[in-house]
Design a binder for this molecule. Sequence first.
Ligand SMILES: [Fe+2]
Length: 194
Amino acid sequence: MPISIATKRQRACAALMRQVHAIEAAEGPTPSVLHAIKQKLVALANKTELFPLADFEMPVSQGRNHPLLVEENDGYGLYLTINLPGKEAAPHDHGIWCVNAAVSGIEKHEFFRRTDDGKTPGHAQIVKTGEVVVRPGQGMAMADHDIHSTIVEGEEPAIGLALYGYALARFPAVVWFHQEFASTRASPSRRLAA
Ligand SMILES: [Fe+2]
């Protein structure tokens, strides 16, 4: 019997996860390790035949995450993400590393650096440090406390793979930055609820 696409996809995701653990185990999620992981994720995302749109429901609005391989406890979470044209997210810090790679479509990421001392509650100042356009063949990696904003560009949904150091259901507090008000706000952590 021929092997189904879903089975091939499952196997490819499991193989990726094994490789990522092997890379990460030696020295932790350093910038060079995250770069290497990004290259692996881009290679997987390039196998577009494994991710046919028919297998993944579109979002009703904004965006949607489809779990591909979510590990137990404090393991990693690998998702297929679909973000509709125009969807944007203000600058935020996940508190956990993240690597993205595009299957199709274009999502622009801008990166920021915090310039205040972080000692005044609700207050933050950030400056833009760079940007990466995630499109097929191009991914992005961010460390635990990097700050990014996102916007889907063009007329097509941005479909990609996202690998996080924790499953989304066990995410730490996400800290949002409002540059024009020099303010910050944190969403509740899911670390205790999970
Ligand atoms: Fe994010």
